[in-house]
Design a protein around this ligand. Structure first.
Ligand SMILES: Cc1ncc(COP(=O)(O)O)c(C=O)c1O
Length: 369
């Protein structure tokens, strides 16, 4: 978490303004102002209508609440289209909403060789009875960034709505909800140096009409109708600060910096004969996140051996379960995932490359491992 966000949370907690919303007194007014200000700043970061910016616990919890409401609008014969590139938080909530409503849930494949979403297959799956398309803005495992605007165009051609999981996109790229033209975009501030929380940007008319589960006194229109109970105000103060921080940094600079640091990592791994890189082999339309396997070594063992050198990588599916299944890597333990973020440096990348290079069988034999 970035220092300004940590301080904003602490400052809010000690401000004496820990009231609830809609009161007649000063602390309640300050709470209302915090919420309004934070929606506005997050709206600016994501180029989204602040009247649709909703705060919650995390993306997964919010998506389940959202799809439970959508389930009331679905019926047998309707279809929801997802993708096999997605994190399960944008798959299972829709799967369950379809099970509950009798609608059909189908997933579009991607090319195992280059990790790109199969747009032809997706177009075939988006039939006139499709009500929702749920697509990732960027794969958290292999970094692929599908052409979400093209996905929105396909969905619109049959009158379907679009939910974009931008949890892995927002920390790495400038994002414009207006430009994407989706109905909902989900993001998790803890991925962009803020606190553990979730944000949904919901198109305001949809937000106001969706049959969400709410208590009767809660607002009937606006973001508060979706934010069940008392908001997590300390976290929202920190979200505002993290969003301001990124607005100051400018996401275009962040993206440029990360790409420069990431390029040698991708190319270095691609050049190692004992390493297989999964997903896009180039820098185009991707985040600085790479998935790989090392021949003769399970992803868990690779992660443990790198951890011994104080290098933090993930092993397994990182919850992108359909993706790992589609690559045929479920039985062998998935992949190793390494990523660059704003605080990762070129030296870190060189350290990782040296550590992975040392995992080839010749080096291991020489070191007696
Ligand atoms: C692409 C993607 N979607 C969804 C999630 C779930 O987000 P949350 O932890 O906020 O529930 C993650 C978490 O890693 C993710 O990477």
């Amino acid at each position: 978490m970035v220092d300004v966000a940590i301080r904003a949370s602490s400052d809010w907690s000690s401000s004496g303004n820990n009231a609830n919303t809609h009161g007649a007194f000063a602390a309640a007014h300050a709470t209302d102002a915090l919420l309004e200000r934070s929606r506005d700043v997050v709206g600016r970061l994501l180029d989204a209508d602040p009247n649709g910016v909703v705060f919650g616990a995390n993306m997964t919890t919010m998506t389940f609440a959202f799809t439970r409401a959508v389930a009331h609008t679905l019926k047998p014969g309707d279809r929801v289209v997802g993708t096999r590139l997605d994190h399960d938080a944008n798959v299972s909530p829709w799967r369950i909403a379809c099970e509950d409503s009798g609608a059909e849930h189908v997933l579009a494949p991607f090319s195992p060789s280059n990790g790109r979403l199969d747009m032809d297959a997706l177009a075939q799956l988006i039939t006139p009875n499709t009500k929702w398309v749920a697509v990732t803005g960027a794969s958290n495992l292999i970094g692929t960034m599908p052409d979400v605007k093209a996905v929105v165009a396909l969905a619109r051609s049959v009158g379907a709505r679009v939910f974009v999981d931008a949890v892995h996109l927002v920390p790495h790229m400038p994002v414009s909800v207006r430009d994407i033209g989706c109905d909902v975009l989900a993001t998790s501030p803890y991925k962009w140096y803020g606190p553990h929380a979730g944000v949904l940007c919901i198109e305001p008319d949809l937000l106001n009409s969706l049959p969400v589960a709410k208590v009767r006194p809660a607002d009937d229109v606006g973001p508060r109708r979706f934010e069940t109970g008392t908001p997590n105000l300390e976290n929202i103060a920190a979200i505002e600060a993290a969003a301001r921080h990124l607005l100051e940094e400018d996401m275009r600079n962040v993206a440029r910096y990360e790409r420069d640091v990431f390029a040698p990592l991708l190319n270095g791994l691609l050049a190692m004969p004992h390493v297989t890189v999964w997903g896009p082999p180039t820098l185009e339309s991707r985040t600085p996140t790479v998935a790989f396997t090392v021949s003769g070594m399970s992803p868990d063992r690779v992660a443990e051996s790198l951890a011994a050198k104080k290098i933090a990588v993930w092993a397994g599916s990182s919850y992108a379960v359909e993706l790992v299944k589609h690559l045929g890597l479920e039985e062998s333990g998935g992949v190793v995932r390494a990523g660059v973020v704003r605080y990762v440096t070129s030296d870190d990348v060189q350290r990782l490359l040296a550590a992975v290079a040392a995992l080839d069988s010749v080096s291991l034999r020489r070191s007696g491992m």
